[in-house]
Design a protein around this ligand. Structure first.
Ligand code: 9ND
Length: 233
């Protein structure tokens, strides 16, 4: 088979994306906190709203490092961010959940999340997604570029210049395709399987508003930012 090589530009682009991705370490905090103790549904809801609020800010910073993003139409930039924050949060949650942890920690983490206040009917689709991401054993470069691809989805609502977004996404897809061949040479269809998870991610993200509004507690308070981003209240 032909030798797959990344161009200098592709390697530079990948490095920029991975550095930006790694600069933000919220996920460790949330997993660490959850492993410390079982919180009440109210405390977990508050933790989620805090985590999600800071995750949006982190996502804005990350997105600024995607080459070409800031040259997009300003309103399209907002539409892409608004349309992808929930998916990015679930993708990040899946990556946190499937991170290699000391024995028994993943079991405890799953238990704590199962009792966090999220309605039971969402547990199966959510953990199926987390485990399907885990099975891929993505390297951090793949995780970072997959997040960039999720943000650069041309078919988000209200995006005007589809073509411009498609061009940026295509650049990322080309890098990811080569990366998958280089990182997983034995698995012919690894790249296709990886992209297939984005479909599962979108389906899971459809549930998020209901997951939040039916969180097992009364009086769900959202920050103004989350009302804007999460289609709640
Ligand atoms: O904070 C979170 N995820 C987050 C991560 C990264 C950045 C921002 C947010 C929340 C917790 C969940 C338990 C209560 C406290 C918040 N979280 C979720 C999750 C997110 C949104 C909805 Cl609607 C449902 C579940 N899945 C998780 C998997 C993990 F391994 C995990 F560790 C935390 C996880």
């Amino acid at each position: 088979r032909e030798k797959v090589e990344m161009t200098k530009e592709q390697r530079a682009l990948m490095k920029a994306i991975v550095d930006a991705y790694n600069r933000h370490q919220i996920p460790q905090d949330v997993a660490k906190k959850l492993l410390q103790e079982q919180y009440s549904a109210e405390e977990n809801f508050l933790l989620l709203t805090e985590m999600a609020t800071s995750q949006v800010q982190v996502l804005v910073e990350f997105t600024k490092n995607i080459p070409g993003f800031l040259s997009l139409d300003r309103e399209d930039q907002i539409a892409l961010l608004k349309g992808s924050t929930v998916e990015a949060m679930f993708l990040r949650s899946a990556q946190v959940f499937s991170r290699k942890m000391p024995n028994g920690h993943t079991v405890v983490l799953e238990e704590r999340i199962r009792k966090s206040g999220i309605p039971d009917e969402f547990m199966t689709p959510m953990f199926n997604f987390y485990k399907s991401i885990g099975e891929l054993h993505m390297v951090q470069e793949e995780q970072a570029i997959l997040t960039a691809i999720t943000i650069l989805m041309p078919d988000r609502p209200y995006v005007k210049d589809h073509q411009a977004v498609e061009r940026l996404q295509e650049t990322m897809l080309n890098v990811l395709r080569k990366l998958c061949v280089l990182q997983h040479p034995q698995e012919q269809q690894y790249f296709a399987r990886l992209l297939g998870r984005l479909t599962e991610l979108r389906t899971l993200s459809h549930y998020h508003a209901e997951m939040l509004t039916s969180w097992k507690m009364n009086d769900h308070k959202f920050t103004p930012l989350l009302c804007e981003i999460w289609d709640v209240q």
